[in-house]
Design a protein around this ligand. Structure first.
Ligand SMILES: Nc1ncnc2c1ncn2[C@@H]1O[C@H](COP(=O)(O)OP(=O)(O)OP(=O)(O)O)[C@@H](O)[C@H]1O
Ligand SMILES: [Mg+2]
Length: 396
């Protein structure tokens, strides 16, 4: 924009200087006094903001017409040692823009040329600056209005776009929940049928019994996956803070439940499981979910530890938080496997061979519950030596 405006102004100045060129001969002899009648050149330039200077061939000022710019703005002579190629010569002196042309006359049928003098057309740049500032202001205003419009439209558009997505996601989760529920009934029927058949083992061949057991195991596994999926969907569906039913949960009660359920199980596998009881600690959260979180971690610790190993649940109090760590001396997790353990359905190779019936959702559920409670979960593990899962939760 700036370039075009200046270029246009330069073109106009050049045209003005060229119009004044034929007068140079007369100016040299008579000055400007008698010119008025012969050429109406005064009409061609804006006397208030432009000026015209005529110089002789040595660069000495002969005459001046139009706005009387301050002398300090530009030199009163044309610099010597300029060649023909240097013209037209554009220059800005402070607030004044000038164009100087050299005037030549042809001699002996155009074969030689004589320098007659110079014409300088000058113009104040104030007007251009004024226009430029007005344009800038207009552009800034336009940009601001455009930005405001874009913001308003974007917010409206985003709201319109996100609302159906949110709604769609909720519907999809509800649908998955319903599908899982629907799958439960036929699965229960299959397991009931196989159990009835197995109960009458004397009437069927041993090869059939084996097949029925395989079917039964598969059905049990499917049921577990469906149960875990339903839990995950339910937790996700109630991710809305308003829907969360949080209360003051006693950590001691949670740990006592765990103790009653898992210490005997560990003992039956010859694993020494100890749960340290803290003093009356309250956590803000959902009792059922916090129970499930600790259950999933302790279940893993017992499942992936060999007989003769140890499992320890410890509690560490901070001013605002409590850290519950579940440690074991089990098979551990490799560095390569660690980034995947919280992913849906992911199971380690060793875990698969040790325990075929897992679904790979236990840690995903644990992670989701911790997140929902605004907490943090971290793992430290050494293959062959054991693992330590730490959960940080906010105290009441
Ligand atoms: N304490 C642990 N020691 C060693 N490996 C573990 C431990 N906890 C988890 N892992 C690894 O992380 C994987 C994922 O654990 P996650 O609890 O999600 O699934 P899972 O135990 O295989 O099956 P399930 O869904 O029935 O719990 C496990 O398969 C195992 O490889
Ligand atoms: Mg597990």
């Amino acid at each position: 924009m700036t370039y075009n405006l200046e270029q246009q102004s330069n073109q106009e100045l050049l045209a003005l200087a060229e119009i004044a060129a034929p007068i140079l001969e007369i100016v040299k002899v008579e000055g400007l006094q008698n010119l008025e009648q012969e050429v109406p050149w005064r009409d061609l330039f804006a006397e208030q903001k432009q000026s015209l200077d005529w110089f002789d061939s040595k660069g000495k000022l002969l005459a001046r017409e139009g706005k009387n710019f301050q002398r300090s703005y530009f030199p009163q002579t044309i610099a010597a040692a300029k060649t023909r190629e240097d013209f037209p010569f554009y220059k800005r002196w402070g607030q004044v823009r000038t164009v100087t042309i050299a005037v030549y006359t042809d001699n002996t049928e155009g074969k030689t040329e004589t320098l007659e003098g110079y014409i300088r057309a000058s113009e104040s740049t104030e007007e251009i600056n004024l226009i430029r500032n007005k344009l800038k202001l207009a552009l800034t205003l336009r940009e601001t209005i455009a930005m405001l419009l874009i913001c308003t439209i974007s917010i409206g558009f985003t709201q319109q776009t996100i609302m159906p997505v949110k709604h769609g996601l909720k519907k999809l989760k509800q649908l998955s929940s319903e599908v899982s529920h629907q799958l439960r009934t036929p699965l229960s029927r299959i397991s009931m049928a196989t159990e009835i058949l197995l109960a009458h083992g004397d009437k069927i061949q041993s090869s059939e019994t084996r097949k029925l057991n395989i079917i039964n195991d598969a059905v049990e596994q499917l049921k577990r996956v469906i149960e875990d999926l339903l839990v995950l969907i339910r937790i996700d569906l109630t991710a809305d803070p308003e829907e969360l039913q949080f209360s003051d949960v006693s950590l001691n009660l949670l740990l006592q439940n765990l103790q009653a359920r898992f210490v005997p199980l560990a003992r039956s596998r010859n694993i020494d499981c100890q749960i340290q009881m803290p003093h009356n600690i309250l956590i803000k959260g959902n009792t059922a979910e916090l129970n499930r979180l600790l259950k999933n971690l302790l279940e893993n610790a017992i499942d992936y530890t060999k007989p003769g190993g140890k499992v320890l649940v410890l509690t560490k109090l901070e001013r605002k938080t409590v850290t519950i760590s579940v440690q074991d001396t089990g098979m551990g997790i490799t560095v390569e496997e660690l980034p995947f353990i919280f992913q849906h359905f992911w199971r380690g190779e060793l875990a698969k061979s040790k325990r075929t019936e897992g679904s790979g959702l236990g840690l995903t559920i644990a992670h989701t519950i911790v997140q929902q409670h605004g907490g943090k979960i971290e793992v430290d593990s050494q293959p062959g030596q054991g693992s330590c899962f730490k959960v940080h939760l906010e105290r009441c």
